[in-house]
Design a protein around this ligand. Structure first.
Ligand SMILES: *[C@@H]1O[C@H](CO)[C@@H](O)[C@H](O)[C@H]1NC(C)=O
Ligand SMILES: *[C@@H]1O[C@H](CO)[C@@H](O)[C@H](O)[C@H]1NC(C)=O
Ligand SMILES: *[C@@H]1O[C@H](CO)[C@@H](O)[C@H](O)[C@H]1NC(C)=O
Length: 193
């Protein structure tokens, strides 16, 4: 009986170390060429309907300290959650159109009714640090594709269920969807507001 048990334990440990190795290689830049074809980089929806996300240049992937770049495509009706983060963020709209919702940055206890901005191909905008915002593809006829640059990666996102949820109730998501597989062992940081 003890023999069988230790064989199972051996298999279990082998499986664990095997998955640890494949996780590590998925998150290391070793195998990437200097110049990379974006169409050949991994793309995933991370369980979010309508999203196609590619980390073009990643902090966890390439060891970048100051910036991270994403390419994201949102199908009609999809978008980001209502959220905030303490990094800067710049968007360049490559294709399609949609709506950017930005809560007025006041000292209210909750975001309040957001301002709505029409965004379109070849438009650009940035999100000030900690401003609550959401980007949605509100064009029912085509995909919305954006290139996104953030500072201070990896990102720590605070998510709101609606615009009247108190800032203090926003839920921290860290590591964020696409960082999870590389950062799952790190403890979450404190709320920065
Ligand atoms: C980049 O990858 C796409 C998809 O595999 C391919 O169609 C395209 O030819 C590649 N570009 C170059 C310059 O290799
Ligand atoms: C985007 O804007 C730049 C600057 O005006 C212009 O050179 C470029 O042609 C525009 N691209 C598209 C696809 O409209
Ligand atoms: C906003 O979300 C909070 C938390 O789920 C909920 O308690 C509240 O009723 C919601 N408010 C509105 C206006 O939907």
């Amino acid at each position: 009986m003890a023999g069988t048990g230790s064989i199972f334990l051996f298999f279990f440990l082998s499986l664990l170390s095997f998955s640890a190795i494949s996780e590590a290689s998925k998150c290391s830049a070793q195998e990437f060429p200097v110049v990379r074809n974006i169409s050949e980089l991994p793309q995933n929806n991370y369980g979010r309907g309508g999203l196609a996300h590619t980390t073009v240049a990643g902090s966890l992937l390439l060891g970048l300290k100051e910036v991270e770049v994403w390419l994201q495509t949102f199908s009609p009706g999809s978008g980001t959650p209502i959220h905030r983060h303490s990094c800067e963020e710049v968007f360049v709209v490559l294709r399609g159109s949609g709506t950017m919702y930005l809560a007025p940055s006041s000292h209210e206890k909750y975001p309040g009714k957001p301002e709505e901005f029409f965004i379109f191909a070849n438009s650009t905008f940035h999100i000030p640090v900690n401003d609550v915002h959401q980007v949605r593809n509100t064009n029912e006829h085509e995909d919305l594709q954006v290139l996104v640059v953030i500072s201070r990666p990896p990102i720590k996102v605070f998510i709101y269920e609606n615009w009247s949820m108190p800032h203090t109730a926003a839920k921290l998501k860290f590591p964020y969807d696409w960082d999870e597989e590389c950062l799952e062992l790190e403890p979450p940081p404190k709320d920065e507001l």
